[in-house]
Design a protein around this ligand. Structure first.
Ligand code: GDP
Length: 445
């Protein structure tokens, strides 16, 4: 259960948060319990094992951010790793339904929430994306299921294909396809028959329908409460029919977080949507952040660590500024700054923290100053000796040649770097003279 996993992890991290420093042994102990907790939440063994390994690699040797406890830091690492596993590639909610009429095949076991989800999704496509949608039930074994879809359709104002008694699923699919073309629909959704368990007939039927309509999306609806079973179902459906995405239903209940995690890791299929209730608008795009937060149940701590990390970055920038206004701006400082720029997403982020640098940031940007250029500049600085870095005035022609060659670049590139360094230190000195106290305060606002 979500709560169980969350509580369990809370216990583990409570113990950690009471300790001052995080040793490798601490990380191991904590993660062993994380693994047990994941297994209890129905995460499959290989997934849990992989996950714990990733977290351990990340946690060990990572500096603990000042002002948070090591335990809190581990929570953040576990959280980020969960998000990574859950995210996968591609946009969660985005469906490939550009060319009308685009068929969407809905598959899944009986009772998984397939019919409800079909209607929920149709409503969403209609209201959010302005699509004209046609729905058809292929569940010829259960007339009640066909009627259920019809009732839901009327309720949400989405057309359903008229029911013709005695027609087989493939014939219904063909009729839906024709009707969708003639009627000018953007999307037609086929709600296939469900069974309590996967059987050959069911799979064959879905495969036959698939071959007739060639679906743009085949969405597997699985009950998020069924944990490990859900993963087996998904694997089976994917092997036999080919699935393009998963919808996890009943995520409003005290479901196991494990289903989402294993589903993603084992099948490699993106979770597109989650069902969060019986109502027609209780369908949301799958948000890895939110699910990870629910699994961990520790959103506050994650936010706290993020905040602390921001503070640290600001502190580092401030330290560097103090050195710079004193005129102590050498190549090591420049390198540190370049690295910081890379981390902070380029020139603008860094420069915006320093007074008087805005204009220069623009200039260098216009000169094509992107990540690649920054990396090349760092390479040039790395090619210098320790002495040269501390004292760039040493750089005469022969040294320049050696440095440029060492970094696989031209002397002209190095000259550009040196010019930038000169301009920056001049600027810094000027700022220093203008009164560092005032400027610093302003910069740190
Ligand atoms: P199907 O047999 O797979 O077509 O399943 P249905 O669509 O008929 O759904 C079975 C039951 O599950 C219905 O009572 C639905 O209202 C309910 N249901 C479907 N999705 C959700 C969900 O996300 N949350 C909750 N709480 N109930 C759901």
């Amino acid at each position: 259960m979500f709560e169980n996993l969350s509580e369990r992890l809370s216990g583990v991290f409570d113990r950690l948060t009471k300790q001052g420093a995080l040793s490798e042994e601490d990380v191991k102990t904590a993660l062993r319990e994380v693994r047990v907790a994941l297994l209890e939440a129905d995460v499959s063994l290989p997934v849990a094992r992989d996950f714990v390994k990733t977290v351990q690699d990340q946690a060990t040797g990572q500096a603990v951010t000042k002002s948070v406890t090591p335990g809190q830091q581990v929570v953040k690492i576990v959280h980020d790793a969960l998000v990574d596993v859950l995210r996968g590639e591609g946009e969660a909610g985005a469906l490939k339904i550009d060319t009308p009429p685009a068929p969407i095949l809905m598959v899944g076991l009986q009772g998984s929430g397939k019919t409800t989800t079909t209607a929920k999704l149709a409503k969403r496509l209609k209201e959010r994306d302005g699509k004209r949608v046609l729905m058809a039930s292929l569940d010829t074994n259960r007339p009640a299921a066909m009627e259920q879809l019809q009732i839901l359709g009327a309720q949400i104002g989405v057309d359903t294909l008229p029911i013709v008694k005695g027609e087989d699923p493939v014939a219904i699919a063909k009729r839906a396809k024709t009707q969708a073309s003639l009627g000018g629909y953007d999307v037609y959704m086929l709600d296939t028959a469900g069974r309590l368990h996967i059987d050959q007939e069911l799979i064959q039927q879905a495969a036959d329908v698939r071959d007739v309509v060639n679906p743009r999306e085949t969405l597997l609806v699985v009950d998020g409460l069924t944990g490990q079973d859900a993963v087996n179902v998904a694997t089976e459906f994917d092997d036999k029919i080919g699935v393009t995405g998963v919808v996890l239903t009943r995520m409003d209940g005290d479901g196991r977080g494990g289903a989402a995690l294993s589903m993603r890791a084992v099948t490699g299929k993106p979770i597109r949507f989650v069902g969060l209730g019986e109502k027609m608008d209780a369908l949301e795009t799958f948000e890895p952040d939110r699910i990870a937060g629910r699994i961990l149940g520790m959103g506050d701590i994650v936010a706290l660590v993020e905040k602390a990390q921001e503070t640290i970055e600001a502190e580092q920038a401030e330290k560097m500024m103090r050195r710079m206004v004193k005129g102590q701006f050498n190549m090591n400082d420049l390198r540190m700054q370049l690295e910081q720029m890379l981390k902070m997403g380029g020139m603008e982020g860094m420069m915006s923290m320093m007074p008087g640098m805005g204009k220069m940031a623009k200039q260098v940007e216009e000169a094509g100053f992107d990540d690649k250029v920054i990396k090349r500049q760092i390479a040039l600085i790395q090619s210098m000796t320790k002495k040269e870095r501390a004292n760039p005035q040493l750089l005469q022609a022969s040294r320049k040649k050696r440095i440029a060659a060492g970094a696989g670049m031209e002397v002209a590139d190095l000259n550009k770097l040196l010019k930038m360094h000169r301009q920056m230190s001049d600027m810094m000195k000027k700022i220093g003279k203008m009164g560092k106290g005032k400027m610093l305060k302003q910069a740190m606002k």
